[in-house]
Each structure stands twice: as C-alpha cells, then as structure tokens.
Design a protein around this ligand. Structure first.
Ligand code: SAM
Ligand code: SF4
Length: 326
C-alpha cells in the first residue's frame, strides 16, 4: 500500500477539505470582521472533491474531514460525503460544523455515510455564546448536538476556543457536559491567524495549562484517558464521569512532530501546514483530463513542502481561519 511521507518522515493520513469560505457566524477568534458573510459559496465542485479524495486514498490517506467556513451551507456536501465514502481506503468521513443547520441536515448526511461530527461550542450561556459567535443562536446548536447524540454518533466531540475575557467563565459549565453524556469537550488554545491586533491577542490568549488548572480546582485531579498519539487532543476525565475533557494546545505545546494532515482550500489550493502560508495552486490539476494522476503529483509536491513546525505567533497572514478551513 502506498503512503504519503513528508521530508521529515511524517505519514500524511488525514485530509481536511474546506468546501466554502462562507459562514453564517462571525466568531471572535476566527472571523471578527465577518468576511465569511460576504464570501462566495466555494468553487471546488463535487467531482473535483471526489477526484482529490481518490488521489488521497491512492496515496494511503484514510480520513477526510469537510470543513469551512460553515460546510453545511453547501447543499452538495451530502454528495461529497457520498462519493468520499465510496472510495476504497477511506475509512472515516467527518464534518466540522457550527451545528446551526445540523438538525435539519443530519438525516441526509447520515444517509450519505457520514461517520463523525465535530461541533464548535464556545459557551453554555446563551448571551456569552451570542457574543463569542457575534449573533449565533445557541438553541439551534443544542438541537444539532441532541440530534447527533440521538443518532448514536458517540463520542460527540465539542470544541471551544478559549479567550480570556470572552468565554473563560464558561470552562466549568462546558466541562460539566461530560458528567452524564458520552461527550468529549475539547478546549482549543486561541491561535493567531490575522484575527486580532497582536496586543489584544496576547491578552486574550489562555494557555491550556491554565485551563486545566482551573478545571482541576473545580473538579479535582483529572485522570488521563488513553489517546491516539497522532491526535491533537490530550484527553482526561473527571473520575467517574462518562465523557472526556480534551486539551488542544497548538500554541503552548505544538504537535507538529506528529502532524498527519494536509489541507485543501475551497478555492483549489493545497495547504501543507495550517500555520504556514505556503499554498500550492492545484486548479490546473483539478481540471486536467487525467485529474486523479495530476492531483496525485500535486500531493507529492505538497508533502515535500510541509515544514517541520509552523509558527503560531502574531504575524500578518493573508487568510483568516474561516478562509483556510480549520
Ligand atoms: N464552521 C465550522 C466550525 O465552526 O466548527 C468549521 C470551520 S472552523 C474554522 C473549524 C475550527 O477552527 C473550529 O473548531 C474553530 O473553533 C477553530 N478555530 C477557528 N479560529 C480559530 C483560532 N483563531 N484559534 C483556534 N481555533 C480556531
Ligand atoms: Fe464560522 Fe466556524 Fe469560523 Fe465560527 S469558527 S466564524 S462558525 S468558520
């Protein structure tokens, strides 16, 4: 079986496909200027995505995650999932979503073969949620989470980006979700992607260690849960609780050494590293008469452009997360 290995010996197994830069939220940490509200829906087509996934599978990649922007804004996400699931070698097809449209769309996504969903949830309190997402309606998000739980897609992974002064008062209520439910509540360190003035960023950044200390103050020592070493989250639990609490610390404890990811942006560029602005325009390959072969070549080029570690410090970047695909 072929495998895609970068210049540092890391095996690339996970493909993240951003299918749209458009979003119906304006999360403070992601898109404070609301650029995503004005963006087009995304130019990659269902056929192009299927070719990209086929090329990825041919190189030994196993998992595909659709993201954005908000991927559920695209009606043809269902077709993309359906095609990805049919490709031999792809064992896991997932979506990262803000869940605002999830309740309505979940049945068709499940029918297409969706395996897993990650949901952004930055607060339990409706007002804090509204502030963090600049207008998001938490009721819709809860309905989406409940629909996923009812569908038995366990564990349900929830992500909160923690910002001091915005949602750091929500750490404990969010963790309490893991008491009686098979939920993985993951706290993500706030990364700088051109989303704030450097000084604001520094004061709002909260390291994972501090988040964990606050939780341990409330619940006692968290016990470690066995975790896949290539996964970004380190998992723990409150002893006796059903779910798990995860920490994703890309800033204070970068996990570049175990990086297994490659990204496709919604405008047809391969992005070897989230935090490095090197992108490879593959639009010609996407439209080639032998697209799978041409895209395979591009994957090989991109793998060799992966850097040893990305820079997670306040620097000017041409794209924010909503445009790259988190
Ligand atoms: N709209 C979907 C959502 O919110 O889940 C998918 C796209 S969003 C860009 C993907 C992930 O990126 C989310 O989990 C979000 O929390 C994370 N994210 C966005 N901006 C971030 C930042 N500045 N630092 C850390 N994580 C960020
Ligand atoms: Fe939209 Fe997701 Fe970014 Fe929030 S985190 S603005 S929901 S893309």
């Amino acid at each position: 079986m072929a495998s895609l290995v970068d210049s540092f010996g890391r095996v690339i197994k996970d493909l993240r496909i951003s299918i749209t830069p458009r979003c119906n939220f304006k999360c403070t940490y992601c898109d404070p200027m609301g650029m995503g509200h004005k963006e087009p829906l995304g130019t990659v087509t269902v056929t192009q995505v299927a070719h990209v996934v086929e090329a990825a599978a041919g190189l030994g990649m196993e998992s595909v995650r659709f993201t954005g922007g908000e991927p559920l804004l695209r009606k043809d996400l269902t077709d993309m999932i359906y095609h990805a699931k049919k490709i031999v070698g792809i064992s896991d097809v997932a979506v990262t979503t803000n869940a605002s449209l999830l309740k309505r769309r979940l049945p068709e996504l499940l029918e297409a073969g969706l395996d897993r969903v990650n949901i952004s949830l930055d607060a339990i309190n409706a007002d804090v949620f509204k502030m963090a997402t600049a207008g998001g309606n938490i009721k819709q998000v809860w309905e989406g989470i409940e629909a996923v739980m009812e569908a038995g897609m366990h564990p349900v992974k929830l992500n909160a980006v923690v910002m001091r002064g915005v949602n750091d008062g929500e750490l404990i209520p969010l963790a309490e979700l893991t008491k009686d439910k098979p939920i993985h509540m993951r706290y993500i360190e706030y990364m700088h992607l051109n989303n704030a003035e450097a000084s604001d960023y520094q004061s709002q950044f909260m390291p994972g260690k501090e988040i964990k200390a606050k939780l341990e103050e409330a619940f006692g020592t968290l016990e470690p849960v066995e975790t896949d070493p290539s996964a970004p989250a380190r998992l723990f639990r409150v002893p006796g609780w059903q779910g798990a609490i995860g920490f994703i610390n890309p800033v204070s404890e970068p996990f570049c050494g175990a990086c297994s990811r490659m990204r496709l942006t919604s405008d047809g560029r391969l992005r070897p590293c989230l935090m490095t602005d090197r992108e490879i325009d593959i639009r010609e390959a996407l439209n080639h008469e032998s697209p799978v072969e041409a895209i395979t070549e591009m994957f090989l080029v991109a793998a060799h452009r992966k850097v040893k570690s990305g820079i997670v410090t306040p620097v000017d970047r041409p794209r924010t997360m909503v445009a790259i695909g988190g």
